[in-house]
Design a protein around this ligand. Structure first.
Ligand code: GCW
Length: 687
């Protein structure tokens, strides 16, 4: 009887779902549809070309019976990993170029985009994921399970399952053009440079190599002392220089195409050249010299700040601009998109528009440290597009961040872009099904830094969810509303978390919920929200204008003047640059306080709208992914409400003004929110 009941239920479920196949999300955007027959001609043989052929046979959606020719040629217009495609040819100057061309051809077929005879070259030569993975398998700011590379138990056994997973990872990367991976956390353990870990790194490199993904390592600056047992790690000490040279040689003997080092130095307690009275340039150049014979690069992070600085936003610029021109040409300064730290909205870092003789690369955060972890649905492409398309005015109008970093504004030996990965052992890799879109979008944007978020959302939805059985109504009933939801999702998050230029007002170290009040006595001020919002009875916001910290001065004309004046400063950065009275008159005609209330409320309304969109569109996808996203949207809606109530009720203590009566009233009490914030409490207790 029980079996019969289960069978009936199953039958009903199949009917209701229109027989949509269950999907655990593991296939990402590479779900293979039934392929049409195709013949592939390719004269040369290599592991990479074998993959290219296999992918065509597995995924061909073009005319049945087509013969596709893959050919290698010399062509000055096609760069090392670029390609030319037509409906039945892929041409490139390298094997990996062929593979990228094949993925592009297949993508066009699956998304129904036309294939004309065209050349595509990547914007950046190095398109890199940064994994903040620790040797024990944990991941700093990881929200999708443990590391796919490292683990605690049997750390040095490489199993077939490991290799299979690394191969899937490499394939996903290659399919969107990512060609590098830093395998470990920038808060680097010295262990990574020891023999056992290097052997595992070699094993990973071997699996990634045919897919064109080079491995890099993040290194701890004090490794000569910690691993090499030298008395110092001073970058100018001959024994230290010799130690790094030997270490680099050891690495290249194992991994001949090793990419190089990523370094977080003299930052957040990490050791660095400043510990020895040396500069960032001294430190970076010493490593660059060791890597140079092997064509390796150093990505040296500009994420530096100290508790003594009056304005954290200014420090990276102050430390690095005086060193412009002193770095070797295989050093690239890796700069976070904003001057503080991956906040939902920041202005672009002024360093992008300041370094004239040193290569600079953007670092984006794919993992959603400040954007609701893997609970909130936030499509990040609009945020990255906003940064890349910001005009720095470095070489006059049109000097976008994209052009100041990709080598088109001035010649650079290397150009690069990095994204902090959101990948872990979760079946769907990223925790949230929609978080996969951020991995996808990062790769596609690294390839083409002018691509529009709208195009990326369109591609990704089609590749990830398309359903041939409902093709007729799918575009209008699923694609279109879900795309709108994705494209609005980042602004919604800004609205319910940090509107009008507010930033860093999250609770404690978890960086998840709201905490504008959070300021334990023993905590350094620049790690607490009041340092950033500066709310008091006179108003709210950080005065970075000429009358304040004068951070505006780090921007080129005409931006400096525009940001300096609250009447010309864009609304969405207003409280980043200004401390303004609660009754300041906004462009909308509202007071600042009312505008703040409206923004927070609109964020909540937007997420409620996403729930409606999803529930209605849900019938076009499999139940598992539908339900998982539905559940997360419910949590996001509750969190949005919490953010709104927490921030408005807290700031209201200073504004002493009513929340406009036409807006929904708060649902939580401030006292309860503060009391219930367990993450904050746990953290405080651990201090
Ligand atoms: O955003 C902060 C994070 C740290 C991180 C640091 C960095 C890896 O809270 O967890 O450390 O930035 O980028 O170095």
């Amino acid at each position: 009887m029980k079996t019969l009941k289960i069978c009936c239920l199953f039958f009903i479920a199949v009917l209701v779902c229109g027989a949509i196949k269950a999907d655990d999300g593991h296939q990402l955007w590479l779900r293979n549809k039934k392929a049409q027959p195709v013949t592939v001609l390719c004269v040369k043989k290599s592991a990479t070309l074998d993959i290219a052929k296999k992918e065509l046979l597995l995924g061909w959606q073009g005319k049945a019976g087509t013969t596709v020719t893959l050919s290698l040629l010399k062509d000055k217009n096609i760069s090392a990993s670029g390609y030319r495609i037509s409906e039945n040819t892929v041409q490139a100057t390298t094997d990996i170029g062929i593979l990228y061309g094949v993925y592009e051809l297949l993508r066009r077929q699956q998304t129904g985009e036309a294939v004309t005879n065209e050349i595509s070259n990547p914007s950046y030569s190095e398109r890199i994921l940064n994994h903040w993975d620790n040797p024990d398998g944990s991941i700093e700011r990881g929200y999708a399970g443990n590391s796919i590379f490292w683990r605690k138990d049997n750390p040095f056994t490489v199993t077939d399952a490991d290799k299979a997973l690394w191969q899937e990872y490499a394939r996903a990367n290659a399919s969107v053009g990512i060609n590098g991976a830093v395998l470990n956390n920038v808060n680097a353990s010295p262990l990574i440079l020891t023999a056992d870990y290097l052997a595992r790194t070699k094993a990973i490199a071997e699996v990634l190599r045919p897919y064109g993904v080079k491995v890099f390592l993040a290194v701890k600056f004090s490794s000569p002392a910690l691993v090499g047992k030298l008395p110092t790690s001073d970058p100018l000490d001959p024994a230290v220089i010799a130690w790094w040279k030997e270490k680099v040689k050891e690495i290249y003997t194992l991994i001949p195409d090793f990419g190089g080092f990523l370094v977080k130095a003299s930052s957040e307690g990490q050791p660095g050249p400043q510990d020895f009275g040396r500069t960032h340039a001294d430190g970076a150049n010493m490593l660059a010299d060791a890597l140079k014979p092997y064509k390796g690069i150093v990505m040296w992070r500009a994420f530096v700040y100290s508790p003594n600085d009056k304005d954290r936003a200014k420090q990276a610029y102050n430390e690095f601009v005086p060193l412009d021109g002193q770095f070797r040409d295989n050093v690239i300064i890796q700069v976070k998109n904003g001057p503080i730290d991956f906040q939902p909205r920041e202005p672009f870092s002024p360093l992008f528009g300041a370094m004239k003789k040193t290569a600079v690369m953007p670092e984006f955060q794919i993992t959603q440290e400040y954007l609701g972890h893997s609970i909130h649905l936030v499509f990040l492409a609009p945020m990255w597009e906003e940064c890349l398309q910001s005009d720095t005015y470095q070489f006059g109008a049109g000097s976008t961040v994209a052009r100041c970093t990709d080598g088109s504004a001035r010649p650079q030996q290397y150009s690069a872009i990095a994204g902090v990965a959101n990948i872990g052992l979760d079946t769907n890799w990223c925790g949230h099904d929609f978080a996969q879109s951020n991995w996808y979008a990062f790769g596609r944007m690294a390839w083409n830094n002018k691509i529009k978020s709208e195009q990326l959302a369109d591609e990704w939805i089609k590749l990830t969810f398309s359903d041939d059985d409902h093709a007729a109504e799918w575009n209008s009933n699923f694609l279109s509303p879900v795309k709108t939801m994705m494209l609005n999702s980042r602004e919604a998050a800004v609205n319910y978390m940090t509107p009008l230029g507010l930033h860093h007002i999250m609770s404690a170290n978890g960086h998840y919920g709201p905490g504008p009040w959070w300021a334990p006595a023993r905590m350094r001020a620049d790690w607490t929200p009041p340092y950033y919002h500066k709310a008091d009875s006179a108003g709210i916001g950080f005065n970075r204008s000429k009358t304040g910290s004068n951070a505006v001065e780090q921007y080129n004309a005409p931006l400096a003047a525009q940001f300096n004046d609250p009447n010309t400063c864009p609304d969405n950065l207003l409280l980043w640059f200004h401390h303004l009275p609660w009754n300041f008159k906004m462009k909308s005609g509202r007071t600042l306080w009312d505008e703040l209330c409206y923004k927070y409320d609109s964020g909540v309304q937007q997420v409620r709208g996403f729930q409606k969109i999803w529930d209605k569109a849900g019938m076009y996808i499999d139940t598992a992914r539908f339900k998982a996203v539905q559940r997360k949207l419910r949590l996001e809606a509750m969190n949005a409400q919490l953010w709104k109530d927490a921030c408005l009720l807290y700031f209201q203590q200073f504004s002493k003004m009513p929340i406009p009566y036409e807006l929904e009233r708060p649902m939580y009490n401030l006292d309860d929110i503060i009391k219930n914030d367990m993450r904050r409490k746990d953290y405080e207790q651990s201090l």
